[in-house]
Every structure is written in C-alpha cells, then in structure tokens.
Design a protein around this ligand. Structure first.
Ligand code: HEC
Ligand code: HEC
Length: 291
C-alpha cells in the first residue's frame, strides 16, 4: 500500500515538474524570439540645437528623468542587477568613451532609442523605459540628445545583458517592463512643446515619469518587484488628498512624508524628484490633486 502511494506520489511530482519545465521552456523561447525581433521605424525630423539654454535643459532632464539612476551619474553605464534569478541587467555606457556608444552612433540612432525603444541593430532595448521617453516633446528629446552627445567620454566596458528565469517569466507576464518597443504607439506623433507655466498641463506631462511605479492611473498597486514596498496612491484619494502643496514638495525633496514616514531612495527615487524645479513640483501637485 505504502509503496503504491509512494510510487504514485513520485509519478505525480514528476508530472508536475515536467509540466513546469515545459511551461518555462515555452516562456523562454517566446521571450527570446521577442527579444531578438528586428524592427524598423521611420523617424520624424527633429531639429537639434546646441545652444546653452538647450544644453541646460538637457542636463536638467537627465537628472529628473532618472537617466543617471540607471546609466550612472556620468552616464558611463551601470550594472543594475547581476544574479542568477533575475539575471544581468546592464544600462549602456552612453558616452563616446571606450565601451560606450559606437563612434557612428548618430542623432537618428539616439532618436530611435528614445522614441521607439530599439537599438542601432533594430533589436529591442531591454529595460530601457522608452515607453516614457517617447512621450517627451520634440523640444525635450532634442535637448536630451544635444546634452548627452557632448558629455565627457567615460572608458568603461560593460558586459552584455543576460536575462535570468525570473526576468523572463516576469517579462512574459508583463510584470516587468522589459520590452518598451512593444508598449509604444509608434504612430503617435511627437508633440512639439508643452506649456511650461505652472499648472495641470505641465504636471500631467511630468507625471509620465511616475507611472512606471505608481501605475498608469497613479493610484498605486502591488510592489514593483519582490522585496519592495507596495506603491501608494498619489492622487487626491491617497495621502496627497490631505497634503498642502508645501507638504508635497517637502516630501519629494527630503523623502519625509507629513505622516512621519521616511522614503528610501531605492524604493521611491526622491533624490531624483528633489531635482525638479519648484514650478515643476507645484505643477505635479496640482495635477495629482486634480485626479
Ligand atoms: C530604468 C532604467 C533606465 C532609465 C531610467 C533609462 N535607461 Fe536608457 N537604457 C537602460 C538599459 C538597461 C539600456 C540597455 C538596453 C539594451 O542593451 O538592450 C538602455 C539603453 C539606452 C540607450 C541605447 C544605447 C545602446 O546601447 O544602444 C539610450 C540612447 C538610452 N538608454 C538613453 C537613456 C536616456 C537619455 C535616459 C533618460 C531620459 C535613459 N536612457 C533612462 C535603462 C534605463
Ligand atoms: C521606481 C519607482 C517609483 C517611481 C519612478 C516613483 N515612485 Fe513615488 N513611490 C514609490 C514607492 C515604492 C513608494 C512607497 C515607499 C514607501 O512606502 O516607503 C512611493 C511613495 C511616494 C509618495 C509618498 C506617498 C504617501 O502616501 O506617503 C509620493 C508623494 C510619491 N511617491 C510621488 C511620486 C511622484 C510624484 C513620482 C514621479 C515624479 C514618483 N513618486 C515616482 C515608487 C516610485
């Protein structure tokens, strides 16, 4: 009797394992073919000026859009993750130093990366949030390109991306934004400029950078990855509903909330939000309170 039970337990466990292996093999194959798919898009014309105001704007954008959080303070590239489960995630060296962008990486390549989420070879950029940069105005994209093109070269060879099983499965389930090329509406024309005066319109434009974690409706949700805290609602129905604009600005510039909670920069990138201008923060507040 016992033997029979043991035998059947063994067989069922074996069957479960085999099914899991088959499911994983299916997911890995499907993700790998999506990762290696070649795309081609026609780029719009954008004018790139390199005057000092444009460069200053580009520098500000690099700070407030998190480019440095991923690509490193000097944009020389960063190993964002390297373990067996999630795998190796590498943000490229964006400079013209050794190990940086190829010498023939031109403005059209920059535009393609920021607008469509693909590399010079036409293959998807992995984990680069181009679904957010694609919503930047022409003015801002050109300021970013002008600024990035002239940063000091950094000699730093970076290893290749190498996704582990957790990243592949999370990417497959759409729990991790691996392939921004698939999320982008490639036919949506770029907006020329945004109203830069304080108000809801500017706030809405800036809040795109918050949606990656706080969700499209900004009402928060489950942690972005295992080990992180849940993401709070930052609309009028959350804590923000009872905060003054000053309290909101203090939270985003010091990481301390009116409720006495301290935000860790690794969870909520307040060192990035601290670099927004007062006008930008006040606009974010107005927009978030309006929804
Ligand atoms: C969440 C992290 C993250 C943020 C934020 C981010 N990047 Fe990236 N970016 C990446 C990763 C990872 C890659 C490498 C993709 C690959 O190799 O497939 C990348 C690739 C790129 C590339 C393509 C380079 C190449 O090797 O082909 C450009 C250009 C780029 N990023 C510019 C930017 C700029 C400008 C910003 C800020 C507006 C930015 N990135 C913000 C993670 C990020
Ligand atoms: C990388 C993910 C990420 C991004 C990007 C992000 N946040 Fe957060 N944010 C979080 C997490 C996680 C928390 C909660 C942290 C905690 O509980 O300690 C949080 C907390 C907050 C809080 C505190 C809310 C409360 O109820 O106490 C505010 C306000 C906030 N974020 C605003 C923003 C704004 C505005 C943006 C965009 C400019 C933004 N966040 C971008 C992840 C993010």
């Amino acid at each position: 009797m016992i033997r029979k039970i043991l035998k059947w337990t063994g067989i069922s466990l074996g069957a479960v394992l085999l099914t899991l292996v088959a499911v994983y093999a299916f997911i890995a194959t499907s993700m790998n073919s999506r990762i290696n798919k070649a795309y081609s898009f026609e780029n719009e014309e954008i004018e790139i000026r390199s005057d000092s105001a444009t460069l200053a704007r580009g520098k500000h954008l690099v700070a407030i859009k998190g480019c440095q959080d991923c690509h490193g303070n000097d944009l020389g590239g960063k190993l964002m993750n390297d373990d067996g489960a999630v795998g190796r995630l590498v943000a490229s060296n964006l400079t013209k130093g050794k190990g940086g962008l190829p010498s023939d990486y031109d403005r059209a390549d920059w535009l393609t990366a920021l607008r469509h989420g693909i590399g010079k070879d036409g293959k998807p950029l992995i984990f680069m949030p181009s679904h957010e940069t694609t919503l930047l105005t022409k003015e801002d994209v050109s300021a970013l390109i002008a600024y990035c093109e002239q940063v000091a070269p950094v000699d730093k060879e970076m290893p290749e991306n190498d996704l582990g099983p957790v990243a592949l499965v999370m990417g497959y389930l759409d729990k991790m934004p691996l392939l921004s090329v698939e999320k982008i509406d490639h036919n949506l024309p770029m907006v020329a400029t945004v109203d830069s005066t304080e108000g809801v319109a500017l706030g809405k434009y800036l809040a795109v950078s918050c949606t990656g974690c706080h969700r499209a409706d900004l009402k928060g949700g489950a942690p972005v990855a295992p080990g992180f805290p849940p993401v709070p609602d930052i609309t009028s129905s959350g804590h923000l509903g009872s905060w003054s604009d000053r309290q909101f600005i203090t939270t985003l510039t010091t990481g301390k909330t009116p409720e006495g909670h301290t935000l860790k920069n690794e969870d909520m990138p307040w060192k990035m939000t601290a670099q927004y201008t007062r006008t930008e923060l006040a606009s974010l507040y107005k927009y978030l309170r309006s929804i």
